[in-house]
Design a binder for this molecule. Structure first.
Ligand code: ZN
Length: 148
């Protein structure tokens, strides 16, 4: 009781201040808090200080989160690109080797060789098409060059 502006209501209001900062108050509690803050300079100051501190922490946290997100996504994109190129090159080697060994190394009928080759080339064409779409998407993605 050293403070001569001491109000016993201040003690009851303290939990409401933190509740308000966490957006956890009912409308009635909100009114109660703001009536007290309007009348009590001490609690009003505490509320403003905590509110400002919370804003600073929140802004800093958001900034860090965004930086982390950008770093992670550019790393993931690089891994994706490398994986696609490795798949493409291995797919081409397998396709060529498969076609050559199938045509010259087996005694299946010619019609089977033609059909199997067509299936293989169709799969390769589908694969290349997906790859092309992914690369185009990566180039036109407006967020790839965002730097914070
Ligand atoms: Zn107060």
């Amino acid at each position: 009781m050293s403070d001569d502006t001491y109000d016993p209501n201040c003690e009851a209001i303290a939990p409401l201040i933190s509740g308000a900062l966490d957006n956890e108050l009912t409308q009635q509690q909100h009114q109660q808090l703001h009536l007290h803050l309007a009348a009590c300079a001490k609690c009003s100051k505490v509320y403003q200080e905590l509110s400002a501190l919370r804003g600073t922490l929140k802004a800093d946290f958001t900034h860090r989160q965004q930086q982390q997100l950008v770093t992670e996504s550019s790393g993931a994109q690089r891994v994706n690109l490398i994986a696609w190129w490795v798949l493409l090159i291995c797919g081409l080697i397998l396709a060529v080797a498969g076609v050559v060994s199938f045509w010259f190394g087996s005694d299946s009928p010619v019609w089977l060789k033609v059909v199997m080759s067509l299936v293989g080339f169709s799969l390769l064409a589908l694969f290349l098409n997906v790859l092309k779409q992914r690369l185009q998407h990566a180039k036109s993605d407006p967020y790839t060059k965002v730097k914070l």
